[in-house]
Design a protein around this ligand. Sequence first.
Ligand SMILES: [Cu+2]
Length: 468
Amino acid sequence: MSDIPSGAATGAARRDRRTGLAEPLQRLFPALTSAVVFGLLLGMIIVAFAPGRTGPGHLAAGAAAPAGKAGPFDIELGDLYVKPSSINVPKGATVELRVHNAGKMDHSLELDGTGGKMLKPGESETVTWGPITSSVKAWCTVAGHKDAGMVLDILVEGSTADAGAAPAGEGADNSAKIDFAAAPASDWKPYDPAVTPAPGGTRHDVTLSVEEKEQEVAPGVTQLRWTFNGQVPGPTLRGRVGDLFTVTLVNNGTMAHSIDFHASKVAPNVEMRTIKPGEKLTYQFKADYAGIFYYHCGTDPMLHHIANGMYGALIVDPPNLGAVDREIILEQAELYLGPKGEPGDLKKMHAEKADAVVFNGFVNQYVHRPVTVDKGERVRVWVLNAGINEISSFHVIGTIFDTVYKEGNYLLRPDAGRGGGQALDLMPAQGGFVEFTLDRDGTYPFVTHKMSSAHKGAIGLFQVGAGQ
Ligand SMILES: [Cu+2]
């Protein structure tokens, strides 16, 4: 499945549809930390000292002669920490640091975030910075690592722990802003929500390539997303109970990544291990249980990797799954925006301060391009809550579910009792499906019925018949 499907509505049709939608919408809606704890590599041994490097200092113009050398300081970089996290130096000193990467991921330590060298696991370097005339910070420039705590405070003696002058702009909210009233460009195409039946056979060989690319997440708003196969959500995989999946993960990104299939029972430190850029791993499992299962990157900080786009669904059909006329998938997730064109903001993810909640990766995309459904046809919607933090309560306005399946079990099936369902509740990482018909021409909004989320981008539309 591609995130660039064909079949975008024409401009005229789109306007008609949107006009038709405005009224019901206004009426209805006025307006870890990773479980994988990388080994605490105690007993760090600094083996190699790379040639010294002189970095930019906080040298005041016309400053007096340096007040001598400070250090050397042994600084350990790990996943995701800097030890020690602060050092004290005399004012005007030139500071020497022996920096060692004791982690399993690449890290760097760069004064003011510039001029450093990326260290592979086990590598060391010696840097000389200065003269240092005022307190300053150095940090790891791998995306997300600074926000995760990889910061070294270099404190000029006499100043306090937080005296480091924040670089210009730090602390200010420079994240991208969403205009919820904006429309996408005429050539924009939504993520194709269609789900195709499980391919034949019992073996499925899949390659998932990690690609880090700038993508639109709302009209005119781009982020640097970390993706599986260049799309968010990643490809929907599908099979039947007992099928064998062989997935090759290829890391074509610039940082370490991994994959965790909730449909598998494997050793997390083997199949779900983190691999470096340029590496591959093969992850094989038998799908022994039915349901719609989450898959996601599990590399630290996991919430950053998932919320930045590294998630998708694997459907294992329940035995005797009934026939329907149309199947689609909606994966709910939040957006925590960083500056335009940059990865999402890790601090907001920790604080659960989402800028938007979306279906299939883009704000209100199926309001802009409604999902077409024929009158009276039987529709199955697979729903996965990709989180990272929000609940989901999936509801379609104007219909009643006669079938609800959640987490491997039917909660509701058509029978003489005539039970009806109105919402499928899913915590982060849970999934299921609902089935229903839309019996009259019109536009039928679908939402998460947690209304604050719906108002932040988690609304779409089914279009039955011509624009009403
Ligand atoms: Cu990742």
